[in-house]
Design a binder for this molecule. Structure first.
Ligand SMILES: C[S@@+](CC[C@H](N)C(=O)[O-])C[C@H]1O[C@@H](n2cnc3c(N)ncnc32)[C@H](O)[C@@H]1O
Length: 248
């Protein structure tokens, strides 16, 4: 069942015009559910969706309860995950950022999209997050969904990656992810054309451009499209730092 508009409608062609397009990097401003159906195939999706923590329905409809709420989120996750699966070829893959709180919804979504999680990368941020009574958080997760012919060629690579965060500077986006980590995910997956349906401030697009690759980003809020376009514009194509290590 398609939830987006008819691709032949005038509304659709209006929305599909990129907000930014240069040097192989395109940014679309809009809801990814409306834009994904019209995109060409890509090798790789690397994305950082909202973590569905504190969904409004548990506040507005207390009867629903937290678990049902999380499962509502899982239905939404499954809808775009299925699109990512469709858009990536037999050798393609999708990386999805998550946390221990959103992980159950992602597992349910994987089931819904009939695309099992292949691996779960632990990103050790080497920085301690806030927390009053429980353990202070120091990691986030990135789930790998792999198509039939996808493989990480370098068999020394493990499921733990250390990359210090946050940086000392003011972030470009409240949920910004390090470009070095995004570059790492793209490099170990050997993708040439990358898609990020939740682009935020464009970190995935910057990583792709640094590696000299093509990329497409989608972002709902225009203010983040603007930040992403500015960051991409300031990035030299193929300028990946020489220390572009692939840590193990
Ligand atoms: C976790 S942030 C991504 C941050 C990004 N990784 C960065 O480094 O800046 C998720 C982004 O998805 C966007 N978003 C949420 N729902 C969306 C939708 N339906 N379509 C497109 N973007 C959406 C939000 O506006 C937000 O900027």
């Amino acid at each position: 069942m398609s939830t987006g508009p008819d691709p032949s409608s005038p509304e659709y062609s209006r929305r599909i015009v990129p907000y930014y397009e240069r040097d192989g990097i395109s940014i679309y401003h809009g809801d990814m559910r409306e834009i994904l159906p019209g995109l060409p195939a890509v090798d790789l999706v690397v994305t950082d969706p909202p973590y569905v923590v504190g969904f409004a329905s548990s506040v507005q409809e207390p009867k629903v309860g937290g678990w049902a709420d999380l499962m509502n989120a899982a239905v939404w996750y499954a809808s775009w995950l299925a699109e990512c699966r469709r858009l990536t070829g037999p050798a393609g893959a999708t990386w999805v950022f998550n946390s221990w709180r959103s992980f159950p919804a992602l597992c349910r979504a994987a089931e819904g999209a009939r695309w099992p999680i292949k691996s779960l990368l632990v990103w050790d941020k080497q920085a301690v997050g806030p927390g009053l009574r429980g353990l202070r958080p120091r990691y986030e997760l990135v789930a790998l969904f792999a198509n039939r012919r996808f493989a990480i060629r370098d068999r020394r690579i493990t499921d733990i990656y250390t990359c210090r965060w946050p940086a000392t500077r003011k972030p470009n986006h409240p949920a910004e992810k390090p470009v070095a980590l995004l570059r790492y995910l793209v490099q170990i997956s050997a993708g040439q054309e990358v898609l990020d349906p939740f682009a935020g401030s464009g970190s995935t697009l910057v990583a792709a451009k640094q590696l000299g690759l093509r990329a497409i980003g989608i972002e709902l809020e225009e203010r983040w499209c603007e930040v992403a376009a500015t960051r991409v514009e300031a990035t030299e194509p193929g300028s990946a730092p020489a220390d572009g290590r692939v840590p193990r």
